[in-house]
Ligand binder design. Structure first.
Ligand code: NAP
Length: 499
């Protein structure tokens, strides 16, 4: 730790309802990716013992929380919903300062989160089981949903408000207690989210925050015998490790991971609409969205004009500090993500793709203080290229030219991922065939790949996701156990176990 760093405030863990300083010897300096001279704080690398203490606190809080009526649990989430709405401006500014997206994008993330909280809070008055007819006389058969116990929520840095909340809120309303481990890059936003739940009135220990490295605190949480489920969002590499670790303990694991989301543009599409949606999908949040548009698959007859318009639109994007007025795209989140972006720009060139615009690190003036890369379009990308196969997580979009619908769908499906997808066409046959044939968890027709609503399920197929979808009513599936109940009210012994 440098002398300067010592002057910066350390973040605390939230364990058993108390904000406690970590005893971990290491800290990670949290800086603004738009200007690394701006230091936000020090993220402790908590110890495995501290992670276990967070699970212990959640375990101790579980019985009382489980026995709290679901509508009462929901009421606390309504309060959190209200607080987040009241505090959205300052939260948006913090999110921009810590993660780098523009304030407008941060506000978009927070508004989405407010919807998530509203939906989950109302779940407290739904939480329905099923009542089914019995094949026996005077036998009442029904199901109910019960919480699992302590659940772990492990989240990435790119949506540090929305993703934690779309895990934590359904976990809580269904009666679980939570240990939340956010990404090391976004500890302050994580603490702000937890503070909202705390002030909303959650009892001590129901939600716990532990900061630290995945390898140390993540593993300690997953291995703790009290943890009954892990909801993870992040990279495939880490997701595979977490899935295997959870499987060894036979606990429930949900992983939402990478994407390589395609937009298909048919020759009959409204090209202006398709260009705008592609630019927003590819460069919004600096391409650091799991649902970012990273491939545009265009029918050959309109490919030249599409690329020309996309390039013109891309050149108009103003890159800079997301806190400044008029900026459209912020920096990469850190030096490592910047290196990844620059590496893929090099890979694209060396694979023989045509660089249409961008393709470089932005330098000079304020750019030298942050991690800025130019929004980039490559044309004549083929499906076998790494550019078309691998998740970059940066502002880079590849145009793949195809002859017809069948070739477009084959190209779209030629990757290991299956998160979001989009088609632009006026032909209803194309629309419905695309919906049938695309291998993706989310399909947009005539709108871009990002976006989603709180009441609808969210998640992917193939290597993108395992476990039930997040959000909407399917979130409840993951966080509850179904119990099947038979109540015999004949008052007499049955003749046999069957009839
Ligand atoms: P990441 O490196 O996989 O990290 C995700 C989280 O896992 C972080 O909190 C990380 O902690 C933690 N972690 C790391 N190693 C761990 C371990 N051994 N055990 C337990 N936890 C561990 O992902 P990221 O770079 O933050 O996020 C980018 C990725 O997320 C992209 O691939 C993106 O597509 C994906 N993503 C997917 C969705 C979706 O819904 N499908 C949504 C958003 C993002 P540290 O930060 O301390 O390393």
């Amino acid at each position: 730790m440098t002398t300067v760093a010592r002057a910066v405030k350390p973040y605390r863990n939230f364990i058993g309802g108390e904000w406690v300083e970590s005893k971990g010897a290491q800290n990670v300096l949290n800086t603004n990716p738009a200007d690394t001279r701006d230091m936000l704080g020090l993220a402790p690398q908590s110890t495995a013992d501290e992670a276990r203490a967070a699970v212990d606190a959640a375990q101790a809080a579980f019985p009382a929380w489980r026995d709290t009526p679901a509508p009462v649990r929901g009421r606390i989430l309504f309060k959190a919903w209200q607080l987040m709405d009241q505090e959205k401006e300052q939260l948006a500014r913090l999110l921009t300062r810590e993660e780098g997206k523009t304030v407008k994008e941060s506000m978009g993330e927070i508004l989405r989160t407010i919807n998530v909280l509203e939906y989950a809070a109302a779940e407290g008055r739904r939480l329905a089981g099923e009542t089914l007819p019995s094949e026996l006389p005077r036998n009442f058969a029904y199901t109910l949903r019960q919480p699992l116990g302590v659940v772990a929520c492990i989240t990435p840095w790119n949506f540090p408000v929305a993703i934690p909340c779309w895990k934590i809120a359904p976990a809580l309303v269904t009666g679980n207690t939570v240990v939340f481990k956010p990404a090391t890059l976004t500890p302050e936003t994580a603490a702000a989210v937890v503070s909202i739940f705390e002030r909303a009135g959650l009892p001590k220990g129901v939600l716990n925050l532990i900061l630290g490295s995945g390898g140390t605190v993540g593993n300690a949480i997953i291995d703790h015998p009290a943890v009954r489920a892990v909801s993870f969002t992040g990279s495939n590499e880490i997701g595979a490790q977490i899935y295997a670790r959870g499987a060894a303990r036979m606990i429930r694991v949900q992983c939402e991971m990478g994407g390589k989301n395609p937009v298909v543009v048919m020759a009959d599409a409204d090209l202006d609409v398709a260009v705008e949606a592609t630019a927003q999908g590819a460069f919004g949040s600096t391409g650091q969205r799991c649902t970012a548009t990273s491939r545009v698959i265009v029918e050959e007859p309109v490919a030249d004009v599409f690329v020309e318009r996309l390039a013109a639109r891309t050149r108009r994007i103003r890159v800079g500090n997301g806190a400044a007025e008029g900026v459209d795209m912020g920096p990469a989140v850190d030096d490592q993500q910047l290196d990844t972006d620059l590496r893929y720009l090099e890979i694209g060139r060396s694979e023989g793709a045509t660089l249409v615009c961008g393709g470089e690190r932005l330098a000079g003036g304020d750019y030298d203080q942050g991690f800025y890369v130019a929004p980039t379009v490559f044309d004549h990308v083929t499906t076998g290229m790494r550019l078309a196969q691998e998740e970059i997580f940066g502002p880079v979009v590849s145009v793949v030219r195809v002859r017809d619908f069948d070739e477009a769908v084959a190209a779209a499906n030629s990757v290991r991922y299956g998160l979001s997808s989009a088609i632009f066409t006026r032909d209803s046959t194309n629309v419905f065939r695309f919906v049938d044939e695309i291998e993706a968890g989310i399909v947009h027709v005539n709108s871009g790949t990002p976006g989603g609503e709180a009441q609808l399920p969210f998640g992917g197929t193939k290597d993108t996701g395992v476990g039930p979808r997040e959000q909407g009513s399917s979130a409840v599936e993951f966080f509850t156990e179904v119990k099947t109940v038979y109540v015999d009210y004949t008052g007499a012994p049955r003749k046999s176990s069957i009839y």
